[in-house]
Write a protein that binds this ligand. Sequence first.
Ligand code: WA2
Length: 268
Amino acid sequence: FRHKALSKAEEGLVGMCEERARMLQDQFAVSVNHVHALAILVATFNYEKQPPALDQDTFADYTARTSFERPLLSGVAYAQRVKHADREAFERQQGWIIRTMKHEPSPEQDEYAPVIYSQETISYIEGLDMMSGEEDRENILRSRETGKAVLTRPFRLMSNHLGVVLTFPVYLVDLPPDAKEEDRVAATAGYLGGAFDVESLVENLLRQLAGNQELVVNVYDVTNHSDPLVMYGSEVPLGAPSPSHICVLDFGDPFRKHHMICRYRNKP
Ligand code: WA2
């Protein structure tokens, strides 16, 4: 009798966890696809047209009107690659100087990735060198070497919410899918990316589902299996022997591994 009651409860747990994992993965995937399209938009209108047929106002307008396509992103932006030799000319042309993510004038670097276009929801990153933040910098380097969408580990975004950053590279020329790493780096024009505000937008997503009250959901970055990083939810004190269910999540970056773990708030 007791055994049967527990299995019923566990069945419910599995179903609710899988529903949430599927929803989160799907909303993540559509958001990533739309950022991919924005990277192509920048390549097409900013680089394949002479003079560029894109500016901050157009980018802000287009990204605001298409934000429904990116339900888990708090905002998107484009950071241009600027080599040190071109910094002075770039700053003179823009009328502002490149700053670090701590808002200080950028010290000399080999190259920079200042944001030149941004969605208004994250306008605070305009003019900031995205290579000055460790997580953003690693993303930028990995995206341009692979030509693929990449994700950071979870960290506190500039919004102060826990989340991850997505980055797509933008190239000056069309590259074959098997292009060499060095050719990719040489052809890099900049980086189109955005912030997955997991803390508030996933909360919002889960709140709308039936059974939300009774369920505790956590998402972890388990890329390093012995050091799981919280991506969503609060740390649940271990040792509580309540049944839990684990769903594997695929956010589209094969370098990263994610899990969702669900348990009942009160042992049913
Ligand atoms: N965007 C928004 N908030 C952030 C952030 C970010 N990066 N990093 C920390 N908080 C323009 O990869 C290029 C966006 C970075 C893209």
